[in-house]
Design a protein around this ligand. Structure first.
Ligand SMILES: Cc1ncc(COP(=O)(O)O)c(C=O)c1O
Length: 386
């Protein structure tokens, strides 16, 4: 038991912890037993009866409702996509931008967000980047806005250093200046509470294989349904308000759906969406605020341990600027990642060090193990040098 929830009970749902110290949820969440079970139900149904599809589609809508609840959106504002990249591309291409307009971004933000907008350069749209700092907020963008600025696109939490930017003040700036606001929440969702209405987002995009705990290949798109002028670039029958019941396309009736379904194309990733339902139930049971608080507490312990070892933290230290669950220690990745793997400690190499990323199942013992393993190597090096 921790202060926030019964982490030992949660841990039992993530068998990966028996094999290794898993500190890599920022790369991919390990599969939990409820998610595995949910996907197995789909496999059994698919294997034995190839359906019924109507039941599967009801479950898609159930997952959509749960996702909407997590983000404080309406279910009609949530579309399923393949991943973050697809969501960001849908968003970038739905904005009514014309040659000479400009979009503001952050230099060094995730490439899957950046390329969706950089690709608009060929239509004459200018993409301008502000420098990455520890504290991006509305004021950081304000001076760059001119009469041709139409949108801001940015990540909420950075993958490479665990910044958690002040999207509320950026959203307020977008409202003040009548700009569209697009947010990549891939590294935040499932750990950091997000209220899309409070933030004033036009679109948000994400995949589901990190904080949302399912395998790769499923994403989401939130669309502010008040923005009816934003239409999809691609169309399929399910994107329409009136899909033809007889399956004969009607060129005179192609109005997009009044829901975020307008951005959906064809059939769904049904097994992953079924897994997502179980993951969202687990997150709701534990409580997103509790997950955040638990990760912050582990992060405090990690920072104190790194300080003791005189290892620099690459991203921000302050809780008001950092994500609860992503930390980069300034250790040369090339020298350290294989060593950690040899000690069954799983983490990721990053731009400026090694990334330790936490999930709801991590404990203080995981942090202690990481610090112990760093000490062991240092001690063996210094005894060899002596
Ligand atoms: C901020 C951010 N955006 C997007 C992605 C991934 O994009 P996609 O879901 O398209 O693979 C990642 C990491 O995988 C990320 O950290």
């Amino acid at each position: 038991m921790t202060e926030y929830y019964d982490v030992e009970a949660v841990r039992k749902l993530f068998p990966v912890v028996k094999k290794m110290t898993y500190l890599d949820s920022g790369f991919q969440a390990p599969m939990s037993t409820p998610v595995k079970h949910s996907i197995e139900v789909f496999i059994k149904e698919s294997y034995e009866t190839a359906g019924p599809k109507s039941v599967w589609l009801e479950r898609v809508d159930a997952a959509r409702c749960k996702l909407a609840a997590l983000l404080n959106a309406a279910p009609e504002e949530i579309a399923f996509t393949k991943n973050t990249s697809e969501a960001m591309n849908i968003a970038a291409n739905a904005l009514p931008l014309k040659s000479g307009d400009n979009v503001l971004m952050i230099h060094g933000d995730h490439p899957n967000n950046a390329y969706a907008f950089l690709n608009l350069k060929k239509k004459g749209i200018d993409i301008r980047c502000i420098p990455m700092t520890d504290a991006i907020n509305g004021d950081a963008f304000r001076a760059q806005i001119d009469e041709n600025t139409r949108a801001i696109s940015m990540s909420y939490v950075t993958f490479h250093a665990g910044h958690r930017f002040d999207i509320e003040s950026v959203g307020a700036l977008c409202k003040e200046k009548s700009l569209y606001f697009v947010i990549d929440i891939m590294q935040a969702v499932g750990v950091v509470p997000i209220d899309v209405k409070k933030v004033g987002a036009t679109f948000i995009g994400s995949g589901t294989h990190k904080g949302l705990l399912v395998p790769q290949g499923l994403g989401l798109l939130y669309w502010d349904r008040a923005r009816t002028e934003l239409e999809p670039v691609y169309l399929a029958a399910i994107s329409l308000e009136n899909p033809p019941a007889d399956f004969i396309a009607r060129p005179d009736d192609m109005a997009p759906a009044s829901t975020a379904g307008r951005f959906e194309l064809g059939n769904f990733n049904l097994p992953a969406i079924q897994g997502l339902t179980a993951a969202l139930d687990l997150i709701a049971d534990v409580g997103i605020e509790n997950i955040q608080a638990h990760c912050f507490a582990l992060g405090d312990k990690l920072i104190a341990g790194l300080d003791e070892l005189d290892i620099k933290l690459v991203g921000p230290r302050d809780r008001s600027l950092r994500a609860p669950h992503i930390y980069v220690a300034a250790l040369h990745a090339e020298e350290w990642v294989d060593y950690f793997a040899s000690k069954d400690v799983r983490l990721s190499p990053e731009r400026d060090g090694v990334r330790i990323s936490l999930g709801m199942f991590n404990t203080a013992a995981d942090i202690e193990r990481l610090l112990e393993v760093i000490k062991e190597r240092r001690n063996s090096h210094s005894s060899r040098a002596a």
